[in-house]
Write a new protein. Structure first.
Length: 319
């Protein structure tokens, strides 16, 4: 049994490998659904007043979706790679290069937008299926033939009464049946809109993947290999970045303090002067040194400019 379990988990890991995007999108959708339910339970309360219902309902529908969209763009590393990416000055600009650059930017932008839309679309779909926000927003605009009152009621009075329909305690007893019919109608419209939104998104995503696969120059297995390569390259690059920056910073720390953190048998330490402490303290931005190099911090700038002279204190081996 233990052996079968050990072989079962690697199979699942193999199946899940390369599907990180799908898993991440599913997690984002689940978290958005949970957040929407909590948000609706604790914060939403329709004002039931003419002119305020529409603004309030649309604000709860659109503003969180807009915030989630912006957060989706901001949390995607491809966004900042697209924004901060620069063409080398020595690269020759031709029409073919410009066309290829435009195609690449459009492809990356579509990919980023697709990832960023997961949370806001989920929010809108779940909110519409819930129906409360939609009912609050459009209750006062229900056509008159859905409203069973005498025809001598003025339009302003009708709108005022319709605006109170989301709040059952404000509706007169004689209008309870009309209120229930209007609420059912609006809930039906909202839920249909929510399911249509889900259907449109699913069909759009499926067709996009189909078109991308049709126009891809790679075969299915070659595409899987390329995806695996890009993923592994990014992981190795991140590991190398961490190690390289640590080793590079270690040289500057060694020059300032006279030893490297974690070293054994430290014989002596360097005592920085007041001027040196002042030189590495404070705020600093990325500083350009020449055409090819930058100073990353004040300590980096000090280590490149100053000599490691000054006072050293010998450390006895025995305490």
């Amino acid at each position: 049994r233990i052996g079968s379990r050990m072989t079962f988990f690697p199979k699942w890991l193999t199946f899940l490998k390369g599907k990180e995007v799908v898993i991440a999108n599913a997690i984002i959708a689940i978290l958005t659904i949970g957040g929407q339910q909590l948000f609706s339970f604790f914060t939403f309360s329709c004002p039931c007043h003419v002119g305020q219902n529409l603004i309030y309902g649309l604000a709860f529908l659109g503003v969180p979706a807009l915030i989630l969209l912006i957060v989706g763009y901001a949390l995607n590393n491809q966004t900042w790679r697209l924004v901060m990416g620069k063409r080398p000055h020595f690269e020759r600009v031709t029409s073919s290069n410009r066309l290829l650059k435009c195609k690449l930017v459009c492809f990356v932008l579509c990919s980023i937008t697709g990832r960023a839309l997961v949370a806001p679309v989920t929010w809108l779909a779940v909110t519409l299926i819930n129906g409360s926000y939609y009912i609050c927003a459009v209750s006062e605009y229900v056509p008159v033939y859905y409203y069973g009152v005498a025809p001598n009621v003025t339009a302003s009075e009708r709108s005022r009464v319709l605006a109170t329909f989301p709040c059952s305690q404000l509706v007169p007893p004689e209008l309870t049946r009309a209120r229930d019919e209007v609420i059912l109608l609006l809930r039906y419209q909202s839920q249909v809109a929510g399911w249509l939104l889900i259907a449109v998104v699913v069909i759009t995503v499926f067709l996009s993947y189909c078109l991308a696969s049709c126009f891809s120059p790679l075969s299915f297995l070659h595409f899987r290999y390329w995806s695996s390569y890009v993923h592994n390259e990014q992981e190795l690059f991140d590991e190398a970045t961490e190690q390289h920056s640590k080793l590079y910073a270690m040289q500057h720390v060694r020059k300032f303090f006279g030893f490297v953190p974690g070293s054994e048998n430290v014989k002596e330490i360097r005592i920085p002067s007041l001027r040196e402490w002042q030189a590495i303290s404070g705020l600093a931005f990325l500083k350009r040194v020449d055409e090819e190099h930058y100073d990353y911090s004040l300590l980096h700038d000090w280590a490149l400019k100053e000599r490691a002279s000054g006072k050293y204190l010998r450390i006895d081996e025995d305490p």
